[in-house]
Design a protein around this ligand. Structure first.
Ligand code: COA
Length: 333
């Protein structure tokens, strides 16, 4: 990215979570689990869940609206909308098209991108390149998921881990002298696909009474395998990126990891040698919102003034695929 004509920068953030809170204590009433088990094994205390009829695009529109408001832009100023999600409203049309229509972004085109919990980083990297080439000036990058739409609420090993939410950022060209998004390292390893997936509903196992009976339209996971790979994946790619740019963890003002499990976050920070005070954590309030965790953390960090202009910020994710990555950026707001 060093040699590109123009850098992309994040010029605004926004987030939206549904009003309804589902606490661990609420879950105790419907599945064989306990508040104590969930808190100690995952760090989650509660999660937000959608109301009936509320879908991925509804959450995304609210998050994007807030980002546009913060930046003082209209939806018609957007050139492109990229939506990272594994829970689109429907297979097609894309959620990006639904958002474009609902928010009135009449001059934008858009598409969905599927990389599970790494979706936002993949989308941010993709969006940044449209700015860098100079073909687009205002790109909305959204991470949004309604995980409760694909959970089996009888499976205690998965249903306690996830929640619903959306986060959005706007990308614009950096001003002269601004760094913005410095670099992105992204990876995938399809061998990990067997450990975390939703097998039903695609062309391999189209929806049928049988796929429903076999619970194939829900998240299936080997938690222990994902746990192990996630720590190494996030920490090692972040180290590699820091080293590439001759930075150390001491240079970071904020590290924003994907929020899947507080023990994964802590172990990755420890592996990196990073002090916990520099790590963004909100898993206690929202659980794992898949593509939305990182942009929600960014919106909260901006609202709480936890990041300021000139701060070096690093994002890191790990998810189904396996997919993982890290992005280094300079905060410019
Ligand atoms: N409540 C109570 N007990 C539960 C439970 C729940 N919600 N879920 C699982 N258990 C039980 C298990 O059945 C197991 O019981 P057993 O020993 O009698 O078989 C026991 O708790 C321990 O299970 P284990 O899988 O060893 O727990 P863990 O410490 O590995 O934690 C996860 C399980 C899922 C929290 C953890 O593996 C994890 O977070 N993995 C990564 C998940 C993830 O991040 N997914 C998204 C990818 S981005």
């Amino acid at each position: 990215m060093k040699n590109c004509l123009r850098q992309a920068k994040i010029s605004a953030t926004g987030m939206y979570v549904p009003d309804h809170r589902l606490s661990n204590v609420d879950l105790e009433k419907t599945v064989d689990t306990s508040d104590q088990w969930i808190r100690s094994r995952t760090g989650i205390v509660e999660r937000r869940i959608v109301a009936n009829g509320q879908a991925c695009s509804h959450l995304a529109v609210e998050a994007l609206r807030r980002a546009l408001e913060l930046r003082g832009l209209a939806a018609t100023d957007l050139d492109l909308i990229i939506v990272a999600t594994v829970t689109p409203d429907m297979f097609f049309p894309s959620t990006a098209c639904l958002i474009q229509e609902r928010i009135g972004a009449t001059k934008a085109w858009g598409f969905d991108l599927s990389a599970a919990c790494s979706g936002f980083l993949y989308a941010l990297s993709t969006g940044a390149q449209f700015i860098q080439t100079g073909t687009h000036r205002r790109v909305a990058v959204i991470g949004a998921d309604v995980m409760t739409s694909i959970l089996d609420f009888k499976d205690r090993a998965t249903c306690v881990l996830f929640g619903d939410g959306a986060g959005a950022v706007l990308l614009e060209p950096a001003e002269a002298g601004e760094e913005g998004i410095i670099d992105c390292l992204l990876r995938s390893d399809g061998a990990g696909g067997r450990y975390l997936n939703m097998p039903g509903g695609g062309s391999l196992h189209p929806a049928s009474a049988e796929t429903v009976a076999q619970n194939m339209h829900c998240v299936h996971q080997d938690g222990a395998q994902v746990f192990k790979f996630a720590i190494r994946g996030m920490a090692d790619i972040s180290s590699e990126l820091l080293k590439k740019w001759n930075y150390s963890v001491d240079d970071l003002a904020l590290y924003v990891p994907h929020q899947a499990n507080i023990r994964i976050i802590d172990a990755a920070a420890e592996r990196l040698g990073l002090d916990r005070s520099k790590v963004a954590i909100n898993i206690d309030r929202y659980a794992n919102t898949t593509a939305a965790t990182i942009p929600i953390c960014l919106a909260e960090a901006q609202a709480d003034q936890r990041v300021k202009k000139g701060d070096l910020v690093m994002l890191a994710s790990f998810g189904a695929g396996f997919t993982w990555g890290s992005i280094l950026l300079r905060w410019t707001m």
